[in-house]
Design a binder for this molecule. Structure first.
Ligand code: ZN
Length: 451
C-alpha cells in the first residue's frame, strides 16, 4: 500500500531551532547512530496494511561535522526505493541496519531535507539485555492479535523509520499514519486530525517539543481515545483496545492521582499534552507525552504509571547525553516511585528502599556498577535501585526541605537539555556548596553495593 502522498509538514526555520542538538557517539553502542549529522525534524508518512509498512520519511538535517555523505539507522528489513536531497534524487546504499546517502559535502549553517521512500515488513532488533520483558526484541512488534506496538530503549526506532537513533540527537516530529479497517495509529504528541480514507483512516500527529528517538512510540489497532481531566485541569487521554476497556476506570483514577502528586513534588508538567496507550507485550515505557504500557503492567495495583509519568520530568525533559547516563533516568524515577508508594500506602517496590541493597548487589555481580554497566546487560536493576539509594543518602545529608527543592530544580533548570554525570555532579555541588564527588563515586562506580 502506498502512502497517501500528502505534502510533508516542515516547521519554519525559527521552529527548527528547537530541534538543534550536538550529537555524540555512544560509548556503549557506537555501532548505532551518527554524530556527524543533526536531525532537526522528522515527518513520518506511514501506511500499514497489517503486513507491509510503506513509509516516506522527510527528515530535515544540518551537518554536525564535515562529511561527504549522511548515514542514518534503518533496519535492513526495510527496502529503500528512492532518496531525494532537497527534491533531487541522490544515490544511496543500504548495509546492515544503515542507510548511507550520497549527499556530497553539506555546508555549515544550512539545513537540508532528505526524503526517503521505503517499504517492507518490519522486524524487531535483539535487545542488548537480559531482561525478560525485552525478549520480543526492540522496535516494531506485531502482537498475536495483529496490533502493533513498540518498546525501543536503548534503540529500535530504526526498525520502522530512518533515524539518527541516539538520545543526543533529539528532534521535532510530525506523523501521518494511514491504516485500514477499524485500525488507527497512535503516536506521540497531539492528534491534529483523523481523516477517513477509501479503506481506513489517516491520523496526523504533531509533537511541539524535541524528542529523543527512544522516546517515540507507535501503536496501531482498533483504538478508542478516552479523555479524563485531572482536578487541576490537565487532560490525559487513554487509548484503549476494545479488550482493554475494563482498565479505563482504574487508569483514570491512578493517572490523575499520579499527575497531581508529580506536579506537587517535581514541579509543573514540562509538556503540553499527555496520554497513555495500552498495548501488548509485557513492558512499560515513558515514551514522551504518550506513555506506552502493556495491559499486564496496566492491570497491576502498583506505581508503574507514576514511574513512567515521572520520567516526563526525569529523562524526557532532561535527557541523558548517552547511554552511560541512563542511571540518571531510573534513579530519579525509582526515587519518586518509592516516595509515592510511601505517601499513598501502595505496596513498596521490592520491599522498600531500606531492603534494596541485596538486590543491587546481585545485579552488580552480573551487570556491573550503575556508572559503568555491562553494555550487554542494559536496563538491569543496577541502574534503578542504587542511584535511588544514592539520592536518598543525598537527602539525608542536606535535609528534607533542601532536598525537595533539588527534586524540583533539577528538571526545571535543565529543561530540554542533554545531561551527563558531570552535569549532575557540578550542579549538585553548586546547589549545595558541598563536594558530592566521593558520594557519587561510591554509589556509581563500586563493584559492591556501598554500606
Ligand atoms: Zn523507568
Amino acid at each position: 500500500m502506498e502512502p497517501p502522498g500528502g505534502d510533508p509538514v516542515i516547521p519554519s526555520a525559527a521552529e527548527l531551532k528547537a530541534g538543534e542538538s550536538q550529537p555524540v557517539e555512544d560509548p556503549y553502542y557506537p555501532e548505532m547512530s551518527n554524530p556527524e549529522v543533526d536531525a532537526l525534524h522528522y515527518y513520518l508518512d506511514l501506511a500499514w496494511d497489517g503486513t507491509t509498512l510503506a513509509g516516506t520519511t522527510t527528515v530535515t538535517i544540518r551537518r554536525a561535522a564535515p562529511a561527504d555523505s549522511v548515514r542514518l539507522d534503518l533496519s535492513g528489513a526495510l527496502l529503500v526505493s528512492a532518496v531525494e536531497l532537497d527534491g533531487d534524487p541522490i544515490d544511496f546504499e543500504q548495509s546492515g541496519d544503515g542507510l548511507v546517502m550520497a549527499t556530497g559535502p553539506l555546508e555549515d549553517a544550512s539545513t537540508y531535507t532528505l526524503t526517503i521512500e521505503y517499504s517492507g515488513t518490519p522486524v524487531p532488533t535483539p535487545a542488548p539485555s537480559l531482561r525478560r520483558d525485552m525478549t520480543d526484541g526492540l522496535g516494531w512488534v506485531v502482537d498475536s492479535d495483529g496490533t502493533v506496538h513498540t518498546f525501543q530503549e536503548p534503540y529500535g526506532a530504526f526498525t520502522w523509520y530512518p533515524v539518527n537513533d541516539h538520545p543526543s540527537d533529539e528532534a521535532l516530529y510530525d506523523a501521518a499514519i494511514t491504516t485500514v479497517g477499524d485500525d488507527v495509529g497512535v503516536f506521540n504528541g497531539e492528534l491534529v486530525s483523523a481523516e477517513p480514507t477509501a479503506t481506513g483512516t489517516t491520523n496526523s500527529w504533531h509533537v511541539d517539543e524535541p524528542v529523543a528517538s527512544y522516546l517515540t512510540t507507535i501503536a496501531i489497532g482498533p483504538y478508542t481515545e478516552h479523555t479524563a481531566t485531572t482536578p487541576s485541569g490537565m487532560d490525559i487521554s487513554y487509548w484503549l483496545l476494545p479488550r482493554d476497556e475494563g482498565l479505563l476506570s482504574n487508569l483514570e483514577t491512578e493517572g490523575s492521582a499520579a499527575f497531581e502528586w508529580l506536579e506537587k513534588h517535581a514541579g509543573a508538567y514540562p509538556f503540553s499534552t499527555l496520554g497513555v496507550v495500552i498495548v501488548g507485550g509485557s513492558s512499560a515505557m515513558e515514551t514522551q507525552t504518550m506513555i506506552t504500557m502493556s495491559r499486564g503492567a496496566a492491570s497491576r495495583p502498583d506505581a508503574v504509571l507514576l514511574h513512567e509519568m515521572s520520567h516526563q520530568w526525569y529523562g524526557n525533559s532532561v535527557t541523558p547525553l548517552d547511554w552511560q547516563g541512563v542511571w540518571l533516568n531510573e534513579g530519579w524515577a525509582m526515587y519518586m516511585q518509592q516516595w509515592y508508594e510511601t505517601d499513598t500506602g501502595l505496596p513498596p517496590f521490592a520491599g522498600g528502599i531500606d531492603r534494596w541493597r541485596r538486590y543491587d548487589q546481585m545485579s552488580r555481580l552480573i551487570s556491573g556498577p550503575p556508572g559503568d554497566y555491562n553494555p550487554e546487560s542494559f536496563g538491569d536493576t543496577n541502574i534503578y535501585l542504587s542511584p535511588a539509594m544514592m539520592l536518598d543518602e543525598i537527602r539525608e545529608r542536606v535535609g528534607d526541605a533542601k532536598f525537595e527543592k533539588l527534586v524540583k530544580a533539577w528538571p526545571a533548570e535543565h529543561e530540554n537539555e542533554n545531561v551527563d554525570r558531570q552535569t549532575f555532579e557540578a550542579w549538585l555541588n553548586d546547589k549545595t556548596g558541598r563536594n558530592f564527588g566521593p558520594l557519587l563515586r561510591k554509589w556509581l562506580d563500586s563493584a559492591k553495593t556501598p554500606r
